[in-house]
Design a binder for this molecule. Structure first.
Ligand code: URA
Length: 243
């Protein structure tokens, strides 16, 4: 377990900026193991030592795992000079701590995991782990069983990259078709490029699932919640040692 500066712990938990939490210490509002803290830079092990703020215990959580239903128009990044980012949607106690696990295009909606667990993030994104990702899409044009067969073989994309086999399911076929597709990689614009290889345009894209993690359909666009213990266990998270 890591010893950390008291002001950093308090700021990371969203109590205020470093400057503000230093003031709380100055005002004698913070106790550590029952003693009033006088030095904002004192080192504390937040898992084992009891920190109180104005008599209220601080519930410390080192690892944060958030499921977001990403709305269109926001960027899957922690900062951007032009657009709102997915972390801008979160409250301050989380926003400064987490990063998105992979990227969805600005116009793509749906499941996005945000965490400060670098190990879990790596495991989910590593091409070696072949974590499958399922999307719902609306396609301009007719999707046919022939496409299902082609997707199952893997699609040669425009830059000489051939995808791994993908599972395509047709929900409806017509001038606008609706499909579910499951892919095992996460190349830039991958789903759009797989359909573009057949001159088909993805006009709506939503991620439904990443490995065992399924988008909670009670979350409206832009809404988020922490993962449940079951969801976290299914991903193998919570025991990582990297921040
Ligand atoms: N494939 C895409 O084309 N876009 C996404 O956002 C995700 C997968």
């Amino acid at each position: 377990m890591k010893r950390e500066r008291l002001d950093k712990i308090l700021a990371n938990m969203g109590l205020g900026t470093r400057k503000e939490v230093k003031q709380f210490v100055k005002q004698g509002m913070i106790t550590v193991d029952g003693q009033v803290a006088t030095d904002a830079g004192m080192h504390v092990i937040p898992e084992t030592q009891e920190i109180m703020i104005d008599g209220e215990p601080l519930i410390f959580k080192r690892w944060v795992y958030i499921m977001l239903n990403k709305p269109p128009g926001v960027i899957s990044a922690t900062e951007d000079s032009r657009h709102e980012t997915v972390v801008d949607l979160l409250p301050p106690e989380w926003a400064g701590r987490v990063h998105p696990v992979g990227r969805l295009d600005i116009d793509t909606e749906g499941l996005l995991l945000l965490t400060n667990d670098g190990q879990l993030s790596h495991n989910l994104l590593s091409p070696k782990k072949k974590v499958d990702k399922e999307y719902f899409a609306r396609i301009r044009g007719r999707v046919t069983p022939e496409h299902i067969a082609q997707f199952a073989k893997g699609i040669a994309l425009d830059d000489d990259f051939t995808t791994l086999p993908a599972r395509l399911e047709i929900l409806s076929s017509g001038e606008i078709s609706e499909i579910n597709v499951t892919i095992m990689e996460g190349k830039f614009h991958q789903v759009k490029r797989m359909f573009a290889a057949f001159d088909l345009e993805v006009i709506y894209l939503k991620r439904l699932r990443m490995g065992p993690l399924v988008l909670d359909d009670s979350l409206a666009l832009g809404e988020f919640r922490e993962l449940t213990d079951e969801e976290l266990a299914s991903l193998g998270g919570g025991s990582s040692t990297t921040a």
